[in-house]
Design a protein around this ligand. Structure first.
Ligand code: OGA
Ligand code: MN
Length: 196
C-alpha cells in the first residue's frame, strides 16, 4: 500500500475486509437508509458548501466512532493500522479518520473530482470500502481513477470487500452512473491542525 501511494498514488485491495464483516456493514447501512438517516450529499467546504445534483447525486450518513457497531469498530481498527503505517513510512502526520456511508440510488453518479478541498486541505488519504455483493459490470457505478500521468484511467467495480486507498490531493476520480443501489463507506485520513 505504501509503495502504491507513492506511485501510482492509489491502491486497490480486493477482500480487504472479510465477507461476514462487509455483510454486516451493508445491513447496517440499509437499516439507516430505511430509517431515513441519509441526507443528500453536498459539494465544497465551509461557506461554499452546496447541493449540486448535477455534480453528485448520492446520499450520505456520517458515522460516529463513539457509537460504532462491533463490525464498524473492526473496520476502524484496520484503518487505524493503515494510518500508523502511513505515518511511519511517509511521515504524513495523519491525525484521525472521518467517514460516511454513501448510497447511490439507480441513476446516481459523482463527477470527476479531487477529495481535497482547495480551501481546506485536511483530507490527505481517501479510503473507500465497497459493500455490494455480486456487483456486475452491467450494474454501472464503477469508480474511475484517473492516472496522475499519461492520461489513462482505471475502473474499479464496487465489489463487496474491496478497499480503494488514494491520495486525496492527487488522484482525480469519479463514480459512473449506477444502475442499481450502490453502497460504499467513504472515509478520509486527515490532518486536524491547519495544514498550510
Ligand atoms: C467521495 C467519492 C467514491 C465512491 O465520496 O468523495 O469519491 O465510490 N466516493 O463512493
Ligand atoms: Mn471522492
Amino acid at each position: 500500500m505504501v509503495d502504491a501511494l507513492v506511485a501510482p498514488g492509489y491502491w486497490v485491495c480486493p477482500k480487504f475486509v472479510c465477507d461476514e464483516i462487509v455483510l454486516t456493514l451493508a445491513r447496517e447501512a440499509q437499516t439507516f437508509w430505511q430509517a431515513n438517516a441519509f441526507r443528500q450529499a453536498q459539494v465544497g467546504a465551509g461557506p461554499q458548501r452546496r447541493l449540486r445534483r448535477d455534480i453528485r447525486s448520492d446520499h450520505v450518513m456520517w458515522v460516529e466512532p463513539a457509537s460504532a457497531s462491533p463490525a464498524l469498530q473492526h473496520y476502524l481498527v484496520r484503518i487505524e493500522e493503515l494510518r500508523c503505517m502511513l505515518n511511519q513510512s511517509l511521515y504524513l502526520g495523519l491525525q484521525r479518520f472521518e467517514a460516511h456511508y454513501a448510497a447511490y440510488p439507480p441513476g446516481s453518479f459523482y463527477q470527476r473530482h479531487l477529495d481535497q478541498f482547495q480551501s481546506a486541505r485536511h483530507r490527505v488519504v481517501s479510503c473507500i470500502l465497497y459493500l455490494n455483493a455480486d456487483w456486475a459490470p452491467t450494474d454501472g457505478g464503477a469508480l474511475r481513477l484517473y492516472e496522475r500521468e499519461g492520461g489513462g484511467a482505471v475502473d474499479v467495480l464496487p465489489q463487496a470487500g474491496t478497499l480503494v486507498v488514494l491520495r486525496s490531493d492527487q488522484i482525480e476520480h469519479e463514480v459512473l452512473r449506477a444502475q442499481r443501489l450502490r453502497w460504499s463507506l467513504c472515509g478520509w485520513l486527515r490532518l486536524d491542525d491547519d495544514p498550510f
